[in-house]
Design a protein. Structure first.
Length: 267
């Protein structure tokens, strides 16, 4: 039970969607610095290429840019086909992180932002997991072997656990559905040597939270029991735990990565 072996992700093959920015980049960095081979995918091809170059300079793992517009089914299929070609031995970890948000007053909330948000945040998580099942099964080992299964890690949100102050109706609904989808998939994929878990992330400094961080960061930090916002090591560490032998018996869980702020009542 040596710690270095329990949390070892060296040489694991990882796909991080939205892995070039924000929380996705934090996760990619964590795997790279611990020796994994990470494919970074999002629709922003230049960002993927730039992130891969920076991460390769960081090492000791390897980063590979594999851009795809995951809103489009054909692009998901192309991404899966490319991974099958490049990694016939399998995919150890799938981190479903790509997502979008939209905020607007109830009376003005646009219909089209329901379709876009639910498609990327929820449906494409199912799509990619489905398309990549053969690779995940190839990399994973069943519970009977007491080895390390493949891991699907979905990036959810504390806005799925509480009623958010922001009017992000489609976002919070999509993340609540994602949390439950993870539980459902865990019962189907566990017997196939694949764990499925969800991280309900709280406040981190990302593009999505940039306005809030600029205008009210002090208030956000003061309201958190830990007195701060999330740092890269927090979410990267949670993913490494779930992807390693240490987390191999965790399946169907929703783990809050928020410093406890989702437990704070607003009276």
């Amino acid at each position: 039970m040596e710690v270095t072996k329990l949390f070892d992700v060296k040489d694991k093959v990882v796909l991080v969607t939205g892995g070039a920015k924000g929380i996705g980049l934090m996760i990619s960095t964590g795997f790279i610095t611990n020796g994994a081979k990470v494919y970074i995918s999002s629709r922003d091809a230049p960002a993927c290429t730039s992130a891969a170059a920076s991460l390769n300079a960081l090492g000791p793992g390897t980063a590979i840019a594999l851009p795809a517009d995951l809103l489009r089914l054909s692009e998901c299929e192309r991404l899966a086909a490319e991974l099958r070609k490049r990694e016939p031995g399998g995919l150890h970890v799938l981190v479903n992180n790509s997502g979008i948000a939209w905020g607007a007053p109830l009376d003005e909330f646009p219909d089209e932002q329901w379709g876009r948000v639910l498609t990327l945040n929820l449906q494409r998580v199912f799509t990619l997991t489905q398309l990549l099942l053969p690779l995940l099964e190839s990399a994973g080992v069943g519970g009977k072997d007491k080895g390390c299964p493949a891991a699907v890690i979905n990036i959810g949100s504390i806005d799925a656990l509480r009623v958010p102050l922001l009017e992000n109706y489609s976002y919070s609904a999509s993340k609540a559905a994602l949390h439950h989808l993870g539980r459902v998939l865990s019962t189907k994929l566990g017997p196939r040597g694949i764990t499925v878990n969800t991280l309900a992330c709280g406040p981190f400094a990302t593009k999505m939270t940039a306005f809030a961080m600029k205008t009210m960061r002090d208030e956000i930090e003061e309201s958190n029991p830990m007195g701060r916002i999330g740092e890269p090591a927090d979410v990267a560490g949670a993913c490494i735990f779930l992807a390693s032998r240490a987390g191999s018996f965790i399946n169907g869980a929703t783990i809050t990565v928020d410093g406890g702020v989702s437990n704070v009542a607003k009276l």
